[in-house]
Design a binder for this molecule. Sequence first.
Ligand code: PLP
Length: 373
Amino acid sequence: MTPIPLLDLRAQYQSHRTEILEAIERVLDGMTLFLGPEQAAFEREFAAYCGAAHGVGVSNGTDALNLALRACGVGPGDEVITVSNTFIATVEAITLVGARPVFVDVDPETYTMDCSQLERALTAHTRAIMPVHLFGHAADMDPIMAFAREHSLVVIEDASQAQGATYKGKPVGGIGDIGCFSLYYSKNLGAYGEAGVNVTNNADYATAMRTFRDHGSRVRYQHEIIGTNARLDEIQAAVLRVKLPYLDGWNERRRQHAATYTEALRGVVEATPSAQPWAGHVYYVYVVRVAERDRVRHELEALGVLTGVHYPIPCHLQPACAALGYARGSLPVTEAYAEQILSIPLYPELTPEQIDTVIGAIKQACAAGVTQR
Ligand SMILES: *Cc1c(COP(=O)(O)O)cnc(C)c1O
C-alpha cells in the first residue's frame, strides 16, 4: 500500500493540468518573464480577494515580510513583537532588517499570539507587531490592532499559512497595515516555485515595496534607494491566477475533512484543533496533540500514514536565535506544545477511504500507548 502523504500536490495538479499548462504557455509565448501583465493582474485579483487596495507580488514569503518591515521603516535599534511558535522565516525577516524580535507566548487554544502579553513586551524601542495566523487560524486581531494604535505601532500580519482565512468575517492580510503571504508550493494557495504577495491599503507602503523589490528602482537604471531583487515572476503569477478562483472551494474541503477528523479523534488524542467562533479556519495543517508524539509518529508511519511536526523546536530555542538570550522555560505554552504537536494528512483531494485509514491508524497508535503504560 502506498502511504498516505501529509500533502499530495500531484492530485491538485492533475485536476487542473490543462489550465495550468495553458497559462504557462501563454507567458512563454509572450516572453515577458518579470513585471508583466500576469503579475499586475494577480496583484489586483489577490488584493481584491483580501479586501485590500494594493497587492505587491514578491519572490517568496520571507521577502514579503522583509519588504513590509522595510516599507514601514523598521530597522536597526527597533523591536518587533512576534511569536516563537512560527516558521523561522518570521524571525529571519525581522533580523534581516536589523531589528530585534521580541517573543510573546501563544494562546493555548488557538496557538496564536497571546495578546495579554503585549503590554509586558512593550519597550521604548517597540516599532511593530507581527502576529502569525498559524496553521490557518487567525490571530486575535482586534486587541492587537487596538494595542498597536494606542502605542503608535505598525501591524504586519504574517498570513503565510492563512490564504482565505477570515477574522470576524474579514479576510486576513487586509486587517493590519500590511499583510504578507508566502505562496510557497505547499501553502493553501501555492505557486510551482517561489512566490509571495503583500497586500495593503496604504499607497505609500505599496510604492515603497514595489521600489524595494526591483533594485530600489521605479525608472529603469535609476536607483533611488538600495533595494533588492524580490520580484514575482510571470510564470508563477500566471499559475497563481489559475489557482486563486479555486481557493475557497479547496479551503471548504479542508474544513470538511477537518470536521470529520475532529469528530472521530475527540477523546482519542489529547487535543484536536479548536476554531474560535470569530475565525474562518482554513487548516493549512491539521495539528493534534498527543502524548508520546515521536512513538505515535513512528507507529503511524509503519501503518502507512505520514505526518509532520510544525515545528519541533520553537524559534527562541534554535541555535540561530541563541544571541537573543531566551532561556528554556521562557515561553511555557510554546515549549510544551512543541513536544506534543503532530500534523496529520490534510489536503482537499483526500478521499473518504484515506480519511478512514488515517483515523483508524491514529486510534491504533494512541491505544498502543495506553496498554503499554
Ligand atoms: C511559509 C512561511 C513563511 C515563509 O515563506 P517562504 O515563501 O518559504 O519564504 C513565513 N512565515 C510563515 C508562518 C510560513 O509558514
